[in-house]
Structures are given as structure tokens and as C-alpha cells.
Write a protein that binds this ligand. Sequence first.
Ligand SMILES: Nc1ncnc2c1ncn2[C@@H]1O[C@H](COP(=O)(O)OP(=O)(O)OP(=O)(O)O)[C@@H](O)[C@H]1O
Ligand SMILES: [Mg+2]
Ligand SMILES: [Zn+2]
Length: 332
Amino acid sequence: MSFEDRFYRRAEQELNRIRQKNAVLANMRDAEIRRKYPDTYKIKAMISGTSARLLSIIADKSPDIGRKLADLEQENLSLQSQLRDSLVSHGYPADYLQPIYDCRLCLDTGIANGRRCTCFMNEVKKAASEEINKSSPLKLCRFEDFSLSYYDDAVETPLGATARGIMEYNLETCREYADGFHLPYNGLLMRGKTGLGKTHLSLSIASVVIEKGYNVIYCSAPDIFRTIEREHFGRAETDTDTLAMVIRSDLLVLDDLGSELDSKSGFYAHTLYNILNDRLNASLPTVISTNLDHKQLEARYEERTYSRISTMNELIFMGSDVRVKRAALQNN
Ligand SMILES: Nc1ncnc2c1ncn2[C@@H]1O[C@H](COP(=O)(O)OP(=O)(O)OP(=O)(O)O)[C@@H](O)[C@H]1O
Ligand SMILES: [Mg+2]
Ligand SMILES: [Zn+2]
């Protein structure tokens, strides 16, 4: 089974689960009304009876079939309205005994207007990103846990503000970026020394965007390049197409860019260029974090790759290693 088939099957299974869940819920509502308000439930039973009579009228082929059908329709409409009134009079929503659907577009069939419904395609994407993210620390970081107290507020940095001032701006920018996420969207480049919170903020963005229902792939550059290389040269045990998923995800968080070996030429360089270029062409956003400055980025990557990175919105991380500070606090 190809990797795409597998995700399609997962999506089918998910829709199946949704249909079953809604059927159980509908049965429970039925049973509840039958028990508490038998008179109300009787109306629902009569509505079901009209469907059976409809079939027998059609089967009879009687000469006044037109009038009989019109009468039946009238009766059905009147029963429907009695049922709604009765439910409302007992404090229930008017549609309490109607079939229940998660997706109004396709009524949970996965097909709308002869095409795969968006709800179905979202399930396919979700299955794909879960597969890539299964070994990553996603959801471990949140904006709420990001403290500005770790950053110095006394000394001005060469950028003209204190480290805390700059990091406050970065935090706000990342929050707004995550809250305002939509497609198409622009990317972000987080640049700075080790331990300053780049991974923390990029994961915080990822969790907000995932909660909004987008599919997000988080990966560290060395890991993802290695995985893609193994798959490309047929050394992986799976038939997953990580490169395709990385290129197509709604948001890609590419962490630790520059910490992979082999950069200027060869397979990784080519792969990085493809990822950035394809995503830019499709207006899909990428959040990159790196320890390298512009000079190092330029020296390390091909010109066409660097030119794509250098035009991204940039956040510069300032301060001294939070990892060290937190470790020191824990030891005291
Ligand atoms: N402002 C902060 N408030 C709370 N925890 C923080 C903050 N900044 C960083 N941390 C924590 O400190 C550790 C190091 O931060 P993080 O991994 O985000 O740094 P980084 O900039 O990605 O470093 P590197 O360049 O080495 O990848 C993490 O455990 C992170 O959760
Ligand atoms: Mg990091
Ligand atoms: Zn749907």
C-alpha cells in the first residue's frame, strides 16, 4: 500500500468512526425522548410510518397516485412541525431527533458535489502529519510558559534595545503570527545563539496552528534531511514519502537549520532548495530557526537557496543561554 493509500484509508476509518459516534448519539436521544416524552416520540414514529406508506403508494400504482402523494406530503410536513413544537415545548432544540452530522457539506460521507469533501482531505493531511510528528516534541511548548524574566533588562544590545525588549517583541510577533495564521501566509526566520528560545517559540506557534485545524510538520533539519535521504536512496523500511509531506504541509517548522552536515552541495543542499522553493511557489509558510548569522548562511548555502532565506521576515534572538539558567535554578 502506498503512503497516500494508507492516509486515505485512515481518513475513511475516521469518517466511519464519526458516523458511528453520531448514530450512537442519535439512538441515545431517541431512547431518551421515548422514555421521558412518549407522546412526542409517537409523532416521530408516525413520521417514520409516512415513509413506509410512501413506498406502498408507489408500489400500488393507483390512478389517483398524484393526490395520494400530495396528501402524504402534507401530512408529513404537519407531523414534522408538530414534532419540532413538541420538542421545543419540553426544552429541547427543534432538531433534536434529526440525524446528526459533523460535516454539513457531505453529511459525513466524505463526498460533496461528486468530489472528496474538505473534511475528508483534512483527515488525510492530519494522518500524514501525525506520522511525521510522531517522534517530535510537538505540543510540549506553549506561549504561556515562555518567560521574559530570563532576558536581561539593564544593558542595551547592539540592536538598540535590551535583550528583554527584543524578546518581548519576538514573543508578541510569534503570538500574532500564530493567532493570525491562514493560507497563503508568509514565513519567519528565527536567528540567534543557542538556548534563547527559538525552538520553544516555534513549537508554541506549531501547537496553536494545529489547534486551528491546520496540518503542521515540525522537524529538525539534520533529522529530516537524513530521513529524506534514506527514503530517496531506498534504504528506509517504510514507503512514506516524507519529502512530499514536508513540501505540502500547511506549516513547516524547520528547526536547527545549519546543524546538518553537508550543506553547500550534494543531496541535502538540493533537498533544502526544493523544499523552500516549492513551498514559496505554493505560498505555503515555513518557520526556520538557525544559529547561523547571514554571513554564515550565505557561505553555507547555494546562492539561490540563501536568496530565499534572506528575504524572510526575521526575528533576532538576544540574551544569554536560558538552558543554562534553568539548569542552574534547578540545581539550587
Ligand atoms: N523564555 C523562556 N521561558 C521559558 N523557558 C524557556 C525560555 N527560553 C527557552 N526556554 C527553555 O530553555 C530550553 C532551551 O530553549 P530552546 O530549545 O527553545 O532554545 P533554542 O534557541 O532553540 O536553542 P538551540 O539554538 O540550541 O536550538 C528549552 O527547554 C526551552 O523550553
Ligand atoms: Mg532549538
Ligand atoms: Zn465533509
